[in-house]
Design a protein around this ligand. Structure first.
Ligand code: PMP
Length: 395
């Protein structure tokens, strides 16, 4: 057998899960991503979406995307650097710059590519990237590509962050990077303290608002806006794949920085720009988030209700205070089994197991959308209680 095949033959985890009938990945959805979806021809309540705003199936967002296809076609056939820039892309960049409150914005093809391209371009061999141990994989990979010193601090622990800052050469670039809302456990980064430490140690701060936008801040502007720290955070990153109901991502920062990134950031230059439909959908979603604050209000009402419900049942939910609610199971196979049992009960949730989290931290990730109803959340809570009891997680 070739070396490659013999190496891969040892990777049998998916087969094991399939043999046990609990393989939980690539489950196909046959409808739009709404609070209710169709799977295997049956209705299932969706509690695994990242579209917290619930705009992913909004008629105005869909219509804007269709209009853009009519006008511009289905693709841009090139990098934004060369033939791939549309006036529509520029309009979206300006709109986000105003919305977020930064001088300039660049649009990348995905949020992953934003982190990859920004972190790796702004830091080099002599510099430091200082990051939370639970930061998103794209931040970790961006640091790897930069060859800079990796200084990881304990999760949301500002003393640990300061210890890392003390290790840095004062004359080199120090970039602190953190998620605003942590993607798996739903807790919120201590951005005010981070900004204070950054000033003290002459460091720059980059915040990933993937899960903060649409949830926190005025018109869903994010956690940095919620804290009133837009001017103090050097770089604000966001993605269109969650509350913006589309695909793509952005970095909002000073013109001096975007000018450098536009001419050096490899994941920006060497890939095609986002489709006209994705661009127009994101534009429409921003308008709706500003025009319809009642969505955000409903999201928070549902969030508080679900948080109280899970706590009262005795399910461990960690430090979350957001629509991302981790239901700790602390065992890979039980997490898979519960995911399957819940789907049989008509509830879609996401399993999060090692290596995404440590084996003793495995969890069911339950997430809310502004478009869920109280009745749907009540149904989910009841089914989850039943399945968690049946699997011996709660009494
Ligand atoms: N940052 C965080 C915190 C994320 O959770 C994600 C997506 N899961 C990304 C970045 C990447 O975003 P995208 O889906 O746009 O590539």
């Amino acid at each position: 057998m070739k070396l490659l095949q013999s190496k891969l033959a040892k990777y049998t985890e998916p087969q094991k899960a399939k043999a046990l009938g609990v393989y939980p990945y690539f489950r196909a959805i046959e409808s739009e991503q709404d609070p209710e979806v169709i799977m295997d021809g049956k209705k299932v309540l969706m509690f695994g979406s990242n579209c917290y705003s619930g705009l992913v199936n909004h008629p105005k967002v869909k219509e804007a995307a269709i209009e853009a296809i009519r006008k511009y076609g289905t693709g841009c056939a090139g990098s934004p650097f060369l033939n791939g820039t549309l006036d529509l892309h520029k309009k979206l960049e300006q709109r986000i710059a105003e919305y977020i409150g930064k001088e300039d914005v660049m649009i990348y093809s995905t949020g992953f590519e934003v982190n990859l391209g920004v972190v790796s371009t702004l830091t080099g061999r002599e510099d430091y990237v200082i990051f939370d141990e639970q930061d998103h994989a794209s931040i970790i990979d961006g640091r790897r590509l930069s060859y800079s010193h990796a200084l990881k601090y304990k999760h949301n622990d500002m003393q640990s962050l300061e210890q890392q800052l003390k290790k840095c050469d004062p004359d080199k670039v120090k970039l602190i990077v953190s998620d605003s809302v942590f993607s798996m456990e739903g807790d919120v980064a201590n951005i005010p303290e981070m900004v204070k430490l950054a000033k003290q140690y002459n460091a720059s701060v980059m915040i990933d608002e993937a899960h903060g936008i649409g949830v926190f801040g005025k018109g869903g502007r994010g956690v940095v806006d919620h804290y009133g720290l837009t001017d103090d955070v050097d770089l604000i990153m966001g993605t269109f794949s969650k509350s913006f109901a589309s695909l793509g991502g952005f970095i909002a920062t000073d013109k001096e920085i975007t000018n450098f990134l536009r001419h050096h950031s490899r994941s920006y230059i060497f890939t095609a720009s986002i489709t006209p439909a994705s661009t127009a959908a994101a534009l429409a979603a921003i308008d709706l988030m500003e025009q319809e604050p009642e969505r955000q209000e409903n999201l928070w009402k549902l969030t508080h209700y679900a948080l109280d419900g899970f706590r009262n049942m005795g399910i461990e939910i960690g430090n979350t205070s957001t629509p991302i609610i981790p239901l700790f199971v602390r065992d890979n196979y039980k997490t898979f089994t519960i995911t399957r049992d819940l789907l049989e009960e008509g509830i879609f949730v996401n399993p999060v197991v090692s290596p995404a989290v440590a084996p003793h931290d495995t969890l069911i990730r339950f997430s809310l959308m502004a478009t869920h109803t109280m009745e749907q959340v009540t149904t989910a809570l009841e089914k989850i209680q039943k399945v968690f009891r049946a699997n011996g997680i709660i009494d």
